[in-house]
Design a protein around this ligand. Structure first.
Ligand SMILES: [Cu+2]
Length: 113
């Protein structure tokens, strides 16, 4: 099938529509990992009044639960897998979180500035 100029323009327009939100999302994505029941980084800085997607990679073989009582977030992440936690928009402040299954070592905070 030959592509007409009109269909190429339509394809280009669609590509730009799809491309823009992906770039906008990427700027607000934060990556956190869990290794030996500790978060890395343990302090996550995010901008105020923005939605942020936190990808939590659990490198441990055992499951962990990302939990923040102040943020009302709970997310179980099975061993050797990833989970997505959405936060915000938030006011500036300090929002602690834990890995509920290993609270002694898995501690951190989201710092909103
Ligand atoms: Cu819980």
């Amino acid at each position: 099938m030959r592509l007409s100029a009109a269909s190429l323009i339509t394809a280009a327009a669609l590509a730009s529509i799809v491309f823009v939100p992906l770039v906008a999302h990427a700027a607000d994505d934060i990556a956190v990992s869990i290794t030996n029941h500790k978060f890395e980084p343990s302090e996550i800085k995010i901008p105020a009044n923005k939605r942020v997607i936190i990808t939590v990679t659990n490198n441990d073989a055992t499951p962990e639960e990302f939990e923040s009582r102040t943020l009302k977030v709970e997310k179980v992440i099975p061993g050797k897998s990833k989970g997505i936690v959405r936060v915000g928009p938030l006011k500036p402040g300090h929002y602690p979180f834990v890995g509920e299954y290993h609270e002694d070592s898995a501690k951190g905070a989201i710092v909103v500035e």
